[in-house]
Design a protein around this ligand. Structure first.
Ligand SMILES: *Cc1c(COP(=O)(O)O)cnc(C)c1O
Length: 217
């Protein structure tokens, strides 16, 4: 599907719930995609991208930033504390703040550097053992802990379990955000971004629907 088609579907989903067309940020998830495909989307004027690995992003985005103005790259995958400094230099936002140790490290580095990317706290809404994210029961306390450290928390992020109806998880995440006074909601991927927008997503993370299937081979 083309970028224009995805954008049209986003606008339609926004209109259906009475939201302003263009009010949802489309994060084009470029992980694993060949550079030609990424360049093609940049050439179409798109500037917001998502990557899930620090190393992979470090290998391609400095060059793209030299070639294109106003590029924004968000980290949407897990972050190890020993890569936090590098991540703060590479990304405009980090969507995977999921534990106190990482929050502490980001706070310390933010003090030292004097700047910090926008942060989203990842919530493990499905309470899946293999998945990153703070457990829902611990979310309120963790959010206030991050705020006490002056971290720029913009919102929450989730990745629903593959076998479950994502809308339940989107609604759950929206509720946690609302009771904590957080405006940002990073939720929705290729298969469910319209449902996420219906439930208030401010950032959708769409990869394969824009770039085609990822070739891990
Ligand atoms: C890969 C990835 C996406 C994009 O998935 P698609 O199904 O290709 O749209 C979104 N969010 C996260 C966290 C991802 O790792």
């Amino acid at each position: 599907m083309s970028l224009a088609e995805i954008t049209a579907r986003i606008h339609k989903a926004e209109e259906q719930v009475g939201r302003l067309a263009g009010s949802t940020h489309l994060i084009a998830v470029s992980k694993v995609q060949p550079n030609e495909r990424v360049a093609d989307v940049l050439d179409q004027g798109h500037r917001l991208f998502g990557e899930n690995k620090v190393q992979e992003a470090a290998g391609k985005w400095p060059d793209f930033r030299n070639r294109y103005d106003n590029v924004n790259v968000h980290l949407i995958g897990p972050l190890q504390t020993n890569k936090a400094r590098q991540a703060m230099q590479l990304f405009e936002a980090i969507h995977s703040v999921d534990r106190p140790k990482l929050a502490n490290t980001l706070a310390r580095l933010a003090q030292e550097i004097g700047a910090c990317p926008d942060l989203f706290i990842q919530v493990n809404t499905g309470e899946e053992p293999q998945k990153a994210g703070i457990l829902p029961a611990d979310a309120d306390a963790f959010i206030s802990e991050c705020r006490d450290m002056d971290l720029p928390v913009q919102g929450l992020m989730c990745i629903p379990p593959v076998e479950e109806e994502p809308s339940l998880h989107f609604a759950f995440l929206a509720k946690i955000a609302e009771r904590n006074g957080l405006a940002g909601l990073s939720m929705g991927m290729s298969s469910d971004f319209e449902r996420a927008i219906a439930l208030g997503a401010t950032h959708v993370r769409v990869g394969s629907a824009i770039f085609g299937e990822r070739d891990y081979g």
